[in-house]
Design a protein around this ligand. Structure first.
Ligand SMILES: *Cc1c(COP(=O)(O)O)cnc(C)c1O
Length: 493
């Protein structure tokens, strides 16, 4: 008995030596976390890290143990006060969701259960499939379609583009590789297409040039006539037109391609129709704006992003494919060590057959819990609310002679700039960039910038469930103040 106990004591584990102490600390962390979110509005959107904090991240590999309370203190001091800021009500850079507390609890519980969603017969696997089914329903896809939760929109797009390649290649690409494709494949998208598609084309071995950028109209939507002309030209030149990518909400301005027209072109030309719906696919659940994305349900594949308009904590993207067998045939491999069993743990579906990962995290839980708590209709209303807020801001900009709208506002992205009379384009860029940086550095608001129709502009993307109209009033006020200050400092008196 003694010797048995000695052996047992010698076995190490990562479990805490005292669960009661761990409970006390965990409750403190939870209380801090609740206060952190509750007071987010009172803190700056973003702040620069002092050198002391920066150097903290050069500490060497820890070799000796430390009390977990000290570990948490390190995090509380050096990490939590310096966030990116996207949970703040006045964060409008790029296009990010703003997370939610219930989703964070979901991530915690998912990690506690620790299940691997590569597959198997367990509840997390069923929930993963259920969330995919819910997302299919949200965008109007048939129940027989397939899908997979991935890290984000970029991976979701790559899944769609890969299935398109394998279906349209005309040879067994999986076995023989892209060099066996008889006629070089061509993909099409508007010149506003997200950069992840370029990475996708490169990773697929098709190359960036195989993605033809089609010009856009004044509203930055793909020019359908130009698309048809490009397809005809490519056929004549010996290429195989294989796939058209429609964007439902471009990252630059939120423009939504005419998805119905693209579906018709794809059907008529025998092309795969993929929709990049990372911004806009979920507008399909927004009662006042859903018509903007009509036609999305006709796609062969859709990429969407629960970590944007469902505000799931990072990361959560989803690829949907209309024909489940085409999806599975693109990725399924069954090595001998992963054969299914008739019963027991290995009798469930192998979820890794729908993508490139083998091990997969339990991303579904954070999405599931927030959807269950709020119901899908509230998420739809929140999307409508953010679009209404973007239109409100557009109105403020149009009403102020110092500001200039730079692209039409379709959804929740507003592109605009501060005018400066008689100033050349280049100095206008420097002036607006200075305003953007001071807004960040003073912790007032986070905007980003871009170039539309060759002209630099600032950009507000309200993928944020905490924004209120008064935040937009404040933005305009502060921009005008900063504009005056910068101008005054620059002009010789
Ligand atoms: C955000 C976005 C992506 C990339 O999605 P990630 O989740 O950042 O990987 C792709 N396309 C569009 C239109 C996007 O807005």
């Amino acid at each position: 008995m003694d010797s048995f106990q000695e052996t047992a004591a010698a076995d190490e584990t990562l479990d805490p030596p005292d669960w009661a102490d761990m409970g006390t600390l965990s409750h403190r962390i939870l209380d801090d976390a609740i206060a952190y979110l509750k007071d987010v509005r009172e803190r700056p959107v973003w702040r620069e890290m002092p050198d002391k904090v920066r150097s903290f991240f050069s500490a060497p590999l820890p070799r000796e143990p430390a009390p977990v309370a000290d570990v948490y203190d390190d995090v509380a001091r050096n990490v939590m006060p310096y966030p990116m800021g996207n949970i703040h009500p006045r964060f409008w850079s790029w296009y990010m969701g703003s997370s939610n507390f219930t989703g964070a609890l979901g991530d915690f519980l998912a990690a506690i259960q620790g299940s691997n969603l590569g597959g198997g017969n367990h509840a997390a696997g069923l929930m993963d499939s259920q969330v995919v089914n819910w997302l299919k329903e949200m965008v109007g896809f048939p129940a027989a379609a397939s899908g997979t939760l991935v890290s984000g929109g970029s991976m979701a797009n790559i899944i769609g583009l890969t299935v398109a390649r394998n279906v349209k290649a005309g040879v067994d690409v999986r076995e023989r590789g892209v060099s066996a494709i008889p006629k070089p494949l061509r993909y099409y998208a508007s010149d506003q297409v997200h950069s992840c598609h370029r990475k996708g084309m490169e990773a697929l071995g098709l190359g960036n040039r195989a993605l033809r950028r089609i010009p856009t109209d004044a509203d930055l939507r793909i020019d359908i006539a130009a698309l048809k002309a490009a397809i005809a030209e490519d056929r004549d030149a010996g290429f195989k037109p294989a796939c058209v990518i429609g964007t439902a909400g471009t990252v630059n301005t939120g423009a939504i391609d005419d998805l119905q027209a693209l579906a018709e072109v794809a059907a008529g030309e025998d092309l795969w129709f993929h929709v990049d719906g990372c911004i806009g696919a979920l507008i399909a659940i927004a009662p006042e704006n859903r018509l903007l994305v009509a036609g999305i349900e006709q796609a062969d594949s859709i990429a969407l992003d629960p970590h944007k308009l469902l505000h799931a904590p990072f990361e959560a993207g989803c690829a949907l494919v209309r024909d489940a067998s085409q999806h599975r045939n693109t990725f399924a491999v069954t090595p001998e060590y992963l054969e299914s069993a008739p019963r027991g743990l290995a009798s469930g579906e192998w979820l890794f057959d729908y993508g490139l990962q083998t091990s997969r995290g339990f991303r579904a839980l954070k999405i599931w819990m927030a959807l269950r708590e709020h119901g899908v209709e509230k998420f739809g209303r929140l999307i409508d609310q953010s679009i209404a807020q973007a239109r409100y801001l557009t109105g403020l900009i149009e009403a102020d002679p110092a500001l200039e709208l730079m692209a039409p506002t379709t959804v929740n992205i507003v592109s605009f700039r501060h005018r400066l009379n008689g100033t050349p384009e280049e100095s206008l860029k420097a002036f607006n960039t200075e305003i953007m940086l001071r807004l960040q550095e003073e912790g007032i608001a986070a905007l980003s910038d871009t170039t539309v129709h060759g002209r630099h502009c600032l950009r507000v993307a309200i993928a944020n469930h905490r924004t209120r109209r008064e935040d937009l009033d404040l933005l305009v006020r502060e921009m005008l103040r900063l504009g005056r200050e910068i101008e005054a400092a620059a002009s010789p008196i």
